[in-house]
Design a protein around this ligand. Sequence first.
Ligand SMILES: Cc1ncc(COP(=O)(O)O)c(C=O)c1O
Length: 416
Amino acid sequence: MKLASIQAAESKLLLQTYERNPILFVSGHDVYLRDEQGHDYLDLLSGIGVSALGYSHPAIEEAILRQSTRLLHTSNLFYHEGTANLALRLTEISGLDRVFFCNSGTEAWEAALKLARSHARVLSAKGQQIGTKFLAMEHSFHGRTMGAVATTHKAKYREPFGPVMSGVEFVRFNDVDDLRAKFSKDVCGICIEPIQGEGGIHPVSQEFFAAARELCDSTGALLIADEIQSGLGRTGTWFAYQHYGILPDITAIAKPIAGGIPMGAMLCTDEAALGFTPGQHGTTFGGGPLACAVAIAVLDEMQREDMLAHIREVGDFFKSKLQELAKRHDCVVDVRGMGLMLGLELNSADLAKQVASQMMERRIIINRTSETVLRFLPPYILERKHVEDAVNALDEILKDLAAYAGTASVGEQAHG
Ligand SMILES: Cc1ncc(COP(=O)(O)O)c(C=O)c1O
C-alpha cells in the first residue's frame, strides 16, 4: 500500500488520536529511518525515546530470532528463564530490590500508584498515621490511563476524562516551600519526573528532590520517580535520580528497555513491595520471554559498549553545540537537559513549529514539546557527526527564518 491509500484507510478505520507526519517508513538502519521512496531520515527522536540502539541492531535481531524460535509466551502462572535474570540486572543498576514487569510506561506508573496506596494501607494497619493522597508536579506527564492522567498536570490530558482519580494535589515544580506547605501525613506518595520530558525538559533541582526524600522519610510516604523517559541510560547514568544521589522508593521505566519491543517495569524497595500480596496486581503479557530476552540483550550491549560514557560524551558535545547556537540566535531562550535528553527552548510556539517542520523537510526528525521546546531524544548510538549535521541544519533554518522575519517587518513598515 502507498502512503496516500494508507492515509485514506486510517482516516476511516482508526480512532483519530494522532496527527501523523505524512511519511511512510519501511525500514531503519543505525540512526536512520528509511521511507518508501528510499530517503533516509536522521532520527533524533528514536520513536519518543524507545529505539535506544537505533535500527536493525544485530544484538536485538539476534535476541528476537533466538527467542522466537524457542518460546514467546507462558503467562505469569509459570516460570521462564528471562524474568529473574532481567530483574537481577535491573536491581543491580537501580539500587532497588524488586521488579514488577508490564508492557508500557503508563502501566508501570499505574502499578506505582497502586503500590503506594496499598503500602500506605499496610502502614495504617500497623497503626502508623498515613493517608492516601498523592502530591504530583505541575507540568508533569505520567501517561494516559486513569491514574496516570489524574497525576498528569496538563488540563487537556486530564479534564476530558473527569472525574479522574481523586486525592491528587499539584505542587509547583522545584518550589520547596509549596512542597512543604502541601505535604502532610495524608500523603502516601510524591510523584516526580527527575527530568520533566513532556513538560519541556526541566530537571528537578537538587534541593527540591532532597526535600521530597526527607518529607517522605518523615512519614513513611513513598518517593516515586517516573523514569519512563529519563531512565535506562538516557541521561548518561542508568537512572536520572543517580545524578542527584537520591534513591526513590519506586521508579517506573519503559521506553528503551527492550529496544522497541513493548515492555515496562516498576522497580521498588523491599519495604514498598510489602504493599502487594499475590493476586493484588498483575498483567497477562508482562515480563514475557521475548521482551525479557531482548531487554537482556539491550543491557548486555550497553554494558559491552560502555554506552553510558558514550551518552555522556556525545550528549555533552550536543549540549555545547546547542549552547553555541543559543549565542548566535536571539530567539533561543534556553538549552536544558542531560546526556541525550535535551531541549532547546525558542521564544515562540510558532517558530518552534516551523523549525521542527523544516528539520523534517531536511529529513532530520525532532519534535516539539510544551509548545516552544525542541526536544532531542536520539538513539544512544548517535555520533558527533550526526550532532554536527543536525545543529548545522538548525543554524541555517534559524538564520533563514530570522532573515525572513526581518524582511517581513521591513515590508510591513514600507506599507505602513
Ligand atoms: C515521563 C513519562 N511518563 C509516562 C509516559 C507514558 O508512557 P507510555 O506511553 O509507554 O504509556 C511517558 C511517555 O511519553 C513519559 O514520557
